[in-house]
Design a protein around this ligand. Structure first.
Ligand SMILES: [Zn+2]
Length: 562
């Protein structure tokens, strides 16, 4: 097996140089995107050669036009300004389709295995997310947020990385989780600041409607691509786009069992998310096993192509520097390699009938979400009789996708007045006020308003209370501390049911699962005639097109930019 980066000198002459999409020439200087520090200064005679690199001419053609081109281009490749690509070929043979949530996941997770398949068949990398405003400038708090520009750049990087991996790149039309949560036109440097402080606040659980819509789109796309083998992400870690993609893939496979009956299905471990997701793969395997889907783990040694994999990953430079990502990728691969100096990638063969268990069972927050399920199940039969409900968000709480998720409160408690109180530090997530029976009020200034709130709530016995805060599930680091805080909150709010959720989005997610699980519950909550002043829209039918505030988006996949 020979791939382009290890070719002989003669082979290199047939290669096609291409300037990396994030490299820009301004005068004689060459820069990384909008950076001010040049990577290189070209001599006057080098400029025609640099401009002659058009992604079509081969190295030998450029050498003919510009004697000495080869040496310069090799130097520029070493400086990561250009890549050398093999001549375009249309390989025949079996068609492998790799589904990835974002443009980079396939290279990070299975780049080595793809390099091993170089030239043995056709490979397509299919990204779910197209639109994004994320670049590494976000971490530097620089205002470089143009969605169209960034999306175009990421697509070009992906096409280039795919060619280095011997694949073609395609993508669906979804938006990245942060701009599903907060539409691009609402982003400012203050939003960037919030994103840097709490990036997880921008990545919320997908709802079932989004998952089924994505499943439909994947099926339509795969009908056209007709894969002979399919690789899908395992959804390790906390990223909602990874969970959504995994769930949609499984929903599609379960629904179109006959169509994919002869197609080997592989689940790959999501790199680098696997680094922090200790025990998550085992949890996912056990959950699938309960519904009859067996995941058989295996690894493939990729030591011989590991440096080439890193090179392909480095092409995604608009998102991260290789110096940041390499230790994580190397660490995971070394762990799987099993011996010093060996690198491997882990994957799972899916055997038996594909199924999709309840999404909460696949989440890393499974135990906390199960507790929320239990509390909600106990409360729902009485919920229609509730006249008053309190929602208290603590400073680390989250109001979810407010305009959608608040509807879940109305669905759950159709005849209650819902009082939502939140601290001013999360006022950016939702607009204050409200109409009819659900009102959001922010508490401004110090402890005084909180003491007053607790005092008033103390005597509101039998008022179901939902408390939103980051430690709600009592898991992870400082779990004893978090559980003690939950206990204290319960003591401060006696004679009522107190529910804990990390975000209002989690509450909505669990309510949705609970209603889907139990038609009786659904009728108890949805079919009882609500008071005339109630909003009557059900949680899964809310697809508001009004997007005038962060956390207020409608359908997640819809393009929210020009
Ligand atoms: Zn990803």
């Amino acid at each position: 097996m020979e791939h382009q980066l290890n070719m002989s000198a003669a082979g290199i002459k047939a290669q096609i140089p291409q300037i990396r999409p994030h490299i820009q020439r301004r005068g004689r200087k060459v820069f990384f995107l909008v950076s001010r520090r040049p990577l290189l200064e070209l001599s006057l005679e080098e400029i025609p050669l640099y401009d002659g690199i058009d992604g079509r001419r081969t190295l030998s053609e450029l050498e003919e036009m510009h004697p000495g081109a080869c040496n310069r281009i090799v130097r520029w490749r070493e400086a990561a300004l250009i890549e050398l690509l093999p001549p375009i070929a249309s390989p025949s043979g079996p068609h492998l389709v790799v589904i990835e949530p974002h443009m980079d996941d396939a290279a990070l997770s299975v780049g080595g295995r793809l390099l091993h398949r170089w030239g043995r068949g056709r490979t397509t990398i299919l990204s779910v997310v197209r639109w994004s405003n994320f670049t590494s400038y976000m971490n530097l708090k620089r205002s470089f947020l143009n969605v169209n520009e960034i999306t175009d750049l990421r697509q070009k990087e992906s096409a280039l990385a795919a060619r280095l991996l011997g694949a073609e790149h395609r993508c669906l039309d979804w938006s990245d989780a942060p701009i599903r949560f907060c539409p691009p036109e609402r982003w400012s440097l203050a939003t960037v600041e919030s994103f840097n402080t709490y990036p997880q606040d921008f990545v919320l659980a997908p709802n079932r409607r989004d998952v089924s819509l994505l499943a439909e789109q994947l099926l339509q796309t795969l009908e056209l691509l007709t894969p002979n083998e399919l690789w899908i992400p395992m959804g390790l870690g906390d990223h909602a786009d990874h969970a959504m993609t995994r769930n949609a893939c499984l929903m599609m496979l379960a629904a179109a069992r006959d169509r994919f009956s002869g197609v080997p299905i592989i689940m790959y471990e999501d790199v680098p998310h696997v680094v922090d997701a200790v025990g998550h793969a085992e949890q996912i395997c056990a959950t699938f096993a309960e519904c009859g889907t067996c995941l058989v783990r295996d690894t493939e040694d990729v030591t011989d192509v590991f440096e080439d994999k890193l090179r392909a990953i480095s092409v995604y430079a608009s998102q991260f520097k290789l110096s940041y990502m390499e230790p994580k990728v190397r660490g995971v691969a070394e762990r799987e390699g099993g011996a010093v100096g060996r690198f491997a990638e882990a994957y799972y063969r899916l055997q038996g009938n594909p199924c999709l268990p309840p999404a909460s069972r696949l989440s890393r927050d499974c135990s906390g979400l199960t507790a929320l399920h239990t509390s909600l199940r106990a409360l729902l039969p009485e919920a229609a009789r509730c006249r008053r409900v309190a929602v208290i968000a603590l400073p680390s709480g989250h109001l979810g996708r407010w305009k959608v998720d608040r509807e879940s409160l109305i669905t759950a408690f159709p005849n209650a007045d819902v009082h939502v109180r939140a601290p001013e530090n999360i006022a950016w997530q939702a607009p204050e006020g409200g109409k009819n029976s659900l009102k959001l009020q922010f508490l401004h200034g110090g402890w005084g308003p909180w003491v007053g709130l607790l005092f008033r709530e103390l005597f509101r016995f039998r008022t179901p209370t939902l408390v939103l805060w980051r430690g709600a599930y009592g898991s992870g680091r400082k779990r004893k501390h978090k559980r003690a805080i939950n206990l204290l909150i319960k003591l401060l709010l006696p004679f009522r049911q107190v529910l804990f959720a990390r975000t209002l989005n989690d509450f909505s997610f669990i309510l949705d699962e609970e209603l889907a699980r139990s038609p009786i519950m659904r009728s108890a909550s949805l079919d009882l005639a609500p008071r005339p002043d109630k909003l009557t829209t059900g949680v899964s039918s809310v697809r508001s097109t009004v997007r005038n505030h962060c956390g207020s988006d409608g359908p997640s996949h819809v393009r929210t930019h020009p």
